[in-house]
Design a protein around this ligand. Sequence first.
Ligand code: ADP
Length: 263
Amino acid sequence: ALLGLGFLFFMLALYVSHIMSKRAMIPIMHAYTRQREFVADASHELRTPLSVLLSSIDTLQMEETLEKDPFSQRVLANMKGEVKRMTKLAGDLLTLARSDSGTLELQREPLDLRVHAEQMIHSLQPLAEAKQITLRLEGPGTLPIRGDADRLEQLLVLLVDNAIKYTPDGGSVLVALSMETIKSAAALKIVVQDTGIGIPPEEHQRIFARFYRKDKSRSRQLGGHGLGLAIAKWIVDAHKGTIQVVSIVGEGSTFTVKIPFER
Ligand code: ADP
């Protein structure tokens, strides 16, 4: 009977501590949810004034008296650059805040990834040309899969934009798409390879963290704020895939994404 009573007390103690820990967790969870909502709201609210600012700068740039003044044009161009950077930051923060709160749901629709990869190449080609970088796309003429078209195109843009940013003039960037079979399941493989500055091994995990930049001033100069790879990782995770990097400092980096899917 004593043993039984002891066991009963033990179970009761376990139950009480379980309730207490839950209670302690509730305010923390509320604070966390509120903070996420705050970030999402704040970044959403920032977008309207930023787009007003951008169009105001456009108007000023074309204003007759300012149009011929090199100093004013330089200042306005700087302002425009900063406003664009803030707009991108607000958009990226909004994406991450929504992904945290689970309100950013993935579409699982049939799509041809080749079409989206070509669109991505088309939009990033001017960036590559400005640095005399050869940007190539390899793979089958059509890649029918199920996934979130916008997010997968965003993933390609993020990886290729980085590859161009961190590759010196005259280099090359290759995007290779293919299908693979892993353990009898089909998988989409995306490889983005550059001949850029490379990433030292000790940085390979850290680069996927939010706001992590190996060289803050270089990243800032190139228009980055350290959220690109965090978003790329979220898109890959949401598709239940993997992302890996292999790199040699001074020679280049290769990012490989694998995403399982149903044909
Ligand atoms: P950023 O806005 O700084 O580019 P990312 O999250 O996209 O932020 O990348 C994080 C960091 O990873 C970068 O600051 C850079 O140091 C490194 N990085 C990412 N892609 C490459 C690449 N292709 N080559 C070299 N370094 C890279």
